[in-house]
Design a protein around this ligand. Sequence first.
Ligand SMILES: [Zn+2]
Length: 439
Amino acid sequence: MSIKASSYTEGVTIQEVDRDRFARLTTIQVGHKSLITPNFLTRLSSHSELRLFMTLKNDFDTKRLGGVVVRFTDARRVLPEKSKLQQLDLNNKVAKDRFDLFLENNLLIIDPATEYLYYNYEMGEFQSNPHTPRIFLDYLDEVDRTKAKKHSQRVRSAKRSLHLTFWRDVAKDDKLSIPLVKQYFNYQQSLDSDILLAPVPFINASELLPVAHKMNHIGSQLAKGRGQFASYYIVASELLANMSFMEDLKNSLMDGNRLVFLKFKGLDLTRPEREVEADNFKDFMETISYISKESPQKAFCLLETGHQLYPSAVYGFDIVSSSMNGYDSDGGFTDEHPTYGAWRDYQSMTLRKHSDVIGEFGANHGNIPCPCYVCKNTRNFEDMSLGEWNEYRRLHNTAVPDLWLGEIANAIGKRQTELARDKLVRSRVKILADLIPRS
Ligand SMILES: [Zn+2]
């Protein structure tokens, strides 16, 4: 017995409900679930984060937290096993547990996370995961053999060329690409993912963009009759400096798919030396904003936004996503390295160290200087144990974007989107205000 088929309806519809110049509000319908935008999808990396997120949704009036993103490499750590969901109740109907009920109103996206076929950080998870397709395992074996043979300074270029050759070979051969996409879709569907994303190459060389097109095209064909589909591009953020690549990427957004997901790996435009990348990212958002003005039924989602969460939700992107712990760069703080993790500052818009937060606000008689609904319901700011702090600040780190996006939506509704830009000007990441037009 399948528990997912009953309420399944096909299709994504996007309706623009309001607009102020370059910024807009929409309603996005994905099957039977709907989101209001701007919307924030929370990336989860552990089962305890899933439990916390469900608590947040249950206890508070969250307006713009439409669902969760789980990477392929994190899925085993985050999601409950299917068998636990399918126990029968006394009436011989499938018993609905808490997670099942949660999925009725929250979007679940499984990110193929194929960048970790290139980055070492999660390569081991690909190698040990029983759902990893055979051709990925064979490819990773070859990467291991190359690493063992080459001197360290040659490994990087050898890996780059292996990566390029592997993906080009996959895209050329339907006997490889079609089963690969099918296998990923089967896995995503087995987890009740709401939007199917094809396994696309991590684009760290411009030659891989046509391969991403091909995989997205195959995905859109194979998704017909199966479920909702979105195009997906995972791009190395260094490529933002490559003008001709960025032109090609912009042109690819005009493909037939209504929803487009993007991830610029390691995006950090707060660094002064990233001026060219920042200019090109702004130009990119301008293009997206133009496309969605001309074709209001198209929408764009930026995954792993890092510091760019706020400006990208104002300009260009309808949906943004970042992790629950606040870090989007690999190797950030995780449960495996217990420490007092960082706190998203509503006002300064930065991630702040625990010691700095306590140092600055500790004398405030325990009053937390944050207007979010989590902080309003939290006491004993200073005396929290490590575990209490890390639970509290994950909830708070998720509530703050919810608040920010609500404020952006209000500003758009009042035709005062410049107020959103002003908020960035007053923050400690004011360099990012340049990403948003002045009028
Ligand atoms: Zn707060």
